[in-house]
Ligand binder design. Structure first.
Ligand code: MGD
Ligand code: MGD
Ligand code: SF4
Ligand code: MO
Length: 690
């Protein structure tokens, strides 16, 4: 049976209505949506033009949301595995059969040790309700292992917290008034489109745009200047910029004295990084660093749009710390169009204690497992240090077999015949293939939710536009149903989704306004640190972090070389980064044909010189490999790649790629210096003809 597709013949039958919503995806833009519905069928999804950050425009991906929702392969019924693990062979069962058996099996494991159960989730939806509300209540009550949700942003988040005091920064709209914008570790056209529109506005008003990225991305191409440094060398560049700010006295001495901590120590460190030293580390001309420093030191207001691309390497935390110091040196924070923005998620007053109820743990304190090392952890035996072996995994809002590093290990883990795996999904993803029970989930068009953002400062509400497709159920309902079967009788397990939305921000946000216009703007100051007031312990921008020093770490930011630095291995001479393909969102949308058609096939971009040295021709299938595995894809000889660095665009579903692997076959499970995050872009490889 197929999902019901929109039927053009119903057009005359009923008037269309419009339902206000929020884009659920892990994207800084958190667009406000308008879904047009007729006779219970969603016809199209558009941007809400009343919402300024959205400006009535959606990216190409979410413009195809209706195609994704009514996709012929949408999961419509609960299913139980019949073939061997990973074969993707299932039979349809009723919800009662599935839920009874899941509750029984989880209950039996929990009776021995609930920590043998691991929830695995990330940001398939960023919604506070379908993300971690009822699910977290359920797992807290159960006493399951806790999950350290580190796979994306925790190195940068930790760095911001140490330096600025929290995930706060410039208001995105004021980038339009900046005179210099550094787009640093961000392919904004692909992953932060609505910021890019503001940068374009600034450009029209005469601003200079500089992109700092190892890849000549779509964004780099459209900036005035491209600093094409080697991956994992951003801290060296930032320190050399500080060096130049000091020696040329492009400093705001009053701001430094009044609002920063550790300036003398940082100054001393920066003076050890002249442009020549940094140029050698970064693989760029020293003059380019001098020119960039002059621009940054002498243009006002100067704004930095830092993004997550730079923190997916060993020294990612230090890199973000170093960059986050820069605006305090020049006093750029004084102007609302100056300073920097990595994330503004810290301004949202979400009541997580209410939504997630960690108090349901009582006196228990289960272990915490890092989602980055799921591959190794699934294969670990019980031990005093680790605790019990993992016996069950419940996956929702994530596709770990495709997105987690070192996927050879992840696959071996999920292939364990003795592992009990439940997956809540829209589609039969790479991870879903390993499920014992595969449960059909609702999409954003079918459920309530409420969203903060990490790129703007508005709360956005999502109302259901259509009834659940097939027998799909919300994540919240599945955990309510399981809680009831396990005898969890706290009233919190009966709270409905609309109530969860209403309570998510307590009385900090006017829910009536959300119902009426779909979004509500938070009252945040235009220039958050114009007069200091950083939310750190000292109230200052902390160049030197006492907290880090007390942990035995470097109190100052420094360049921390990659685990697998470019040029450090003769066997694997190429550094590989794997940023997202523009028409996918992580591994979401890879199965949407119209979008996959644009991306074509999994690609490896390589510089012509590196290709010639290996006798490789454009468009041939190549074998990319290192000690962790091999990955087949098509070679694209391209000026987007710099010498010595290849770009393996992600994140394909393994089964839709060539030979059933994707780029994460090659990435490692090592962790960053701060924040316990993955090092996807710290990876050496070699490339041969397939
Ligand atoms: N179209 C699209 N949009 C997305 C996503 C997607 O998959 N597709 N993913 C979403 C998610 S989950 C996130 S976290 C964000 C990610 O988006 P961003 O925060 O922008 O991060 P990345 O895309 O990882 O990397 C951005 C850029 O950093 C570059 N880069 C790689 N290594 C380095 C380095 O060492 N230094 C510097 N300076 N740059 C480096 C990459 O080449 C890339 O062009 O985007 C979100 N938006
Ligand atoms: N090599 C490499 N690997 C990477 C990255 C990279 O740049 N390079 N990026 C990393 C980053 S930044 C991130 S954030 C992670 C992303 O990793 P994930 O958060 O796992 O993101 P997705 O791959 O989009 O998978 C989300 C899944 O959730 C499902 N989903 C969406 N909404 C719902 C819902 O309401 N209910 C349920 N039950 N399911 C839902 C979708 O169908 C989708 O399959 O990947 C990381 N992996
Ligand atoms: S993915 Fe980002 S740009 Fe696209 S609609 Fe969603 S929030 Fe907007
Ligand atoms: Mo992410």
């Amino acid at each position: 049976m197929h999902a019901m597709a929109p039927d053009p013949h119903t057009k005359e039958l009923a008037p269309a209505r419009q339902v206000l919503g929020a884009c659920p995806h892990d994207c800084p833009d958190t667009c406000a949506l308008v879904t047009t519905v007729r006779d219970g069928v969603a016809l199209r999804v558009q941007g809400n033009s009343a919402h300024r950050p959205t400006g009535g425009v959606l990216c190409n991906k979410v413009s195809h949301y209706v195609e994704r929702t009514y996709h012929a392969e949408r999961l419509l019924h609960p299913m139980r595995r019949v073939g061997p693990k990973g074969s993707g062979r299932f039979e349809t069962v009723s919800w009662d059969v599935a839920l009874d058996d899941i509750a029984r099996r989880l209950g039996a494991i929990a009776a021995r040790d609930p920590q043998a159960i691991l929830p695995y989730s990330y940001c398939g939806t960023m919604g506070l309700v379908q993300g971690e509300s009822m699910a977290a209540r359920f797992f807290h009550r159960l006493g399951a292992s806790l999950l350290d949700r580190t796979i994306c942003a925790s190195a940068g988040a930790e760095a911001l917290t140490q330096t600025l005091g929290g995930k706060v920064g410039m208001k995105v709209e004021f980038f339009a008034e900046a005179k210099l914008i550094l787009v640093w570790g961000s392919n904004s056209i692909a992953s932060n489109l609505h910021f890019w529109r503001l940068a374009q506005e600034a450009k029209r008003q005469g601003a200079k745009l500089v992109c700092i990225d190892p890849r000549r991305s779509e964004t780099a191409e459209k900036c005035h200047e491209h600093v094409q440094l080697l991956p994992g060398t951003d801290a060296a560049l930032a320190l050399a910029l500080m060096h130049e700010l000091v020696v040329n006295d492009w400093l705001d001495h009053d701001y430094l004295a009044a609002h920063t901590l550790g300036w003398e120590a940082l100054r001393e460190r920066a003076l050890r990084w002249n442009p020549e030293r940094a140029a050698a580390v970064c693989g760029i001309p020293a003059q380019q660093i001098r020119d960039l420093a002059r621009d940054y030191g002498t243009t006002k207001p100067a704004a930095i749009r830092l993004n997550y691309g730079m923190q997916r390497v060993r020294g990612g935390g230090n890199a973000v710390r170093a960059v986050a110091c820069l605006p305090a040196l020049t006093g750029a924070w004084r102007h609302r169009a100056g300073g920097m923005l990595l994330s503004n998620s810290g301004v949202f007053p979400a009541d997580r204690a209410y939504l997630q109820r960690p108090d349901l743990l009582g006196a228990r304190s289960p272990r915490t497992l890092n989602m980055v090392t799921i591959g190794d952890d699934l294969l670990r035996a019980a031990s005093p240090a680790f605790g019990p072996a993992i016996e069950a995994v419940v996956v929702y809002n994530s596709n770990p077999v495709a997105v987690a590093p070192e996927s050879g290990q992840v696959v071996r883990g999920f292939a364990r015949e003795d592992l009990f795996t439940v997956v809540l999904e829209h589609f039969r993803t790479d991870t879903a293939d390993y499920a014992d029970y595969l449960l059909p989930a609702t999409t954003q068009l079918e459920h309530w939710d409420v969203h903060g953002s990490y790129g703007h400062t508005d709360v956005v509400l999502n109302r259901p536009a259509i009834a659940p497709v097939g027998e799909s159920r919300t994540n919240t309902q599945v955990f309510r149903d399981l809680a009831a079967r396990m005898g969890f009788d706290d009233p919190c397990f009966r709270e409905d989704d609309e109530s969860l939305c209403r309570r998510a921000f307590g009385d900090q946000v006017d829910f009536g306004l959300l119902l009426q216009q779909g979004f509500a703007t938070l009252p945040v100051p235009d220039a958050p640190f114009a007069n200091g007031g950083f939310p750190t312990a000292s109230g200052r921008c902390e160049f030197f972090s006492e907290r880090l020093a007390r942990q035995g770490l470097d109190g100052l930011p420094d360049h921390v070389p990659n685990y697998e630095a470019a040029g450090s291995s003769t066997r694997y001479p190429l550094a590989m980064i794997s940023p997202p393909a523009r028409n996918f969102l992580n591994s979401s949308f890879v199965n949407v044909q119209s979008l996959r058609d644009i991306e074509g096939e999994p690609l490896l971009e390589m510089h012509a010189g590196d290709a010639a040295a290996r006798g490789l021709a454009d468009a041939q299938v190549v074998r990319v490999f290192n000690d962790r595995g091999e990955y087949l894809c098509r070679l694209r000889i391209s000026p987007r790649a710099r010498p010595g660095v290849v770009n393996g665009l992600g994140i394909w579903w393994r089964k839709l790629g060539l030979a059933g692997t994707n780029v994460n076959q090659l990435t490692s499970q090592r962790l960053t210096d701060l924040g316990r995050a993955p090092v996807f872009y710290d990876c050496l490889v070699e490339v041969h003809p397939a």
